[in-house]
Structure formats: C-alpha cells, structure tokens
Design a protein around this ligand. Structure first.
Ligand SMILES: Nc1ncnc2c1ncn2[C@@H]1O[C@H](COP(=O)(O)OP(=O)(O)OP(=O)(O)O)[C@@H](O)[C@H]1O
Length: 241
C-alpha cells in the first residue's frame, strides 16, 4: 500500500515544562479530508503546530510525502507544500483583500485561472476585492485566510477551526467551499468543533483526548454511532446546522 501523504508516529510535544502530546500516531491519506476532532484542550492545535514545526516534537517522527520533516524548520515545511491556516487566521487587516492574496503568493503573481477558481470558492472576496481586510466580517476573514493558503498550489492544507463563531449561513458557505476543495483533489487536515460540518466533509476521522489519539477510522462510521460520539466527544460539540 502507498505511504500516506502525512504520517505521525509516536509524536510527543512539550511546551516549556508541559507535556502536551503523548505519542500521537495517525496518517492522512492523499486526496482525502481528514477530520481532527476532540474536546477543548485535547491537543488538536498543538498537533497542527507541531506538524508545521512551530513547536518542535520532543520525540517521534513526522513524515511528509516520504520524507522525515520532524526536525525541519517552519519555512522548509511550508516550502515542501504544507499550507497552514491557524485559528487566528493571520491576515493583514490594513491591506486590501487583493493585497493579502498577492502577498500570499510567494513565487509570483497568482495565475488568472487559479484566481478565478479561488474567488469562485469565496465569492464575497471578489465583492470586497479592494476593501481593507479588517473591514470584512469574521467569516469573510476566515475565507480570506483560506484563500491565502491556496494562493499557490499546496500538497496539504492544515486548517484550524474555520467555522468557529460563524453564523449558520456562513457555516454553510464554508462547507460548500470545502466540498469544492475536496472535488479539486486537495488533501486537507481539518480541525473542527461543528459536528455537522465534520460529518458532511470528513472522509476519515481522528479523535484526540488529553494529547493522545483515542479513535481513528471512517467518518461515516462515527456519524452512524451515537454512543461512540458521546463517549469520544461528550456533549461539547456544536451540532447546529
Ligand atoms: N503556549 C502554551 N503553554 C502551555 N500550555 C499550552 C500552550 N498552548 C496550549 N497549551 C495546553 O496544551 C493543551 C492542548 O491545547 P490545544 O490548543 O492543542 O488544544 P485544542 O484541542 O486545540 O483545544 P481547543 O479546541 O480549545 O482549541 C491544553 O491543555 C492547553 O492548555
């Protein structure tokens, strides 16, 4: 069987004196959307930051596309083709939507076909093209952050809670955008608290608790098993549509 695009084995992460990840193991297959779920404080963000090299794994191995990237610096990891959208989004509020996207494309201007595709995913960005990004709504800012991550082709996207705090109509737009990203064949590792979004988008699912992977499998099997959901995720998940 082909090696998965991303593979974590036995990853431990310490932040200062705190031992946060305790031997995390999982794989994200190419061309799939892998959901990373878990209660607050389970270690999801720390996992994404460790993959990106923003926290250094204290032991264990992270392999990407067949290469060991565990000790690589963040710029090298980004250059290898991993895009990261943190919860804080990291957009430039004082720059226009256009300028934010131009800046994100490090290797030169975004070609017009790609730009059309991106703005088709997030039509609001086209409407506010010349407006400062700081004037956008929370959901539109989140869309801009994702558009920045895909301004250049990526091998893998890590996205942290893109629907957090969004109104239901915005959550629906975000779900549609992710469906289109999936259809385009993108490989995505997505942290999500909204179980409806997770259930319609996820191919595979990893559930973390207390810095460990406590479940991994097919998303549709978790969706079908209410007891398993309750046991793994408690009642903290937002099931609003
Ligand atoms: N900079 C830090 N210093 C110390 N502890 C931290 C730091 N960042 C995170 N932690 C701790 O690490 C644990 C995992 O946090 P993390 O943010 O990875 O969880 P999460 O699953 O993403 O949670 P949430 O869903 O609330 O965002 C938590 O107990 C958190 O308090």
């Amino acid at each position: 069987m082909a090696e998965p695009l991303l593979h974590l084995s036995g990853v431990h992460t310490h932040i200062g004196p705190y031992h946060i990840l305790h031997g995390v193991d999982f794989a994200a297959p190419a061309g799939q959307l892998t959901m990373l779920l878990g209660r607050n404080g389970a270690g999801k963000t720390t996992t994404l930051r460790t993959i990106m090299g923003l926290w250094q794994a204290s032991s264990g191995t992270i392999r990407f596309d067949g290469n060991d990237i565990t000790k690589n610096g963040t710029p090298d990891i980004a250059c290898a083709g991993i895009g990261y959208v943190p919860e804080s989004m990291g957009i430039f509020a004082g720059l226009t939507v256009r300028e934010n996207i131009v800046l994100a494309a490090r290797s030169g201007p975004v070609d017009s076909a790609r730009l059309d595709w991106m703005l088709g995913l997030f039509p609001a960005l086209r409407r506010f093209w010349n407006l400062p990004a700081g004037n956008l709504s929370g959901g539109q800012k989140q869309m801009l952050a994702i558009a920045r991550a895909i301004a250049e082709p990526r091998r893998l996207l890590l996205i942290d809670e893109p629907t957090k705090g969004l109104a239901p109509v915005m959550v629906r737009s975000m779900i549609e955008a992710f469906k289109a990203l999936k259809e385009a064949g993108e490989t995505i590792l997505l942290v999500e608290q909204n179980f409806h979004a997770a259930s319609v988008l996820g191919d595979t699912v990893i559930v973390m608790d207390d810095g460990r992977v406590v479940h991994s499998g097919i998303m549709s099997e978790l969706v079908a098993d209410k007891n398993l959901q309750r046991r793994l995720l408690g009642l903290s998940l937002d099931t609003h549509q």
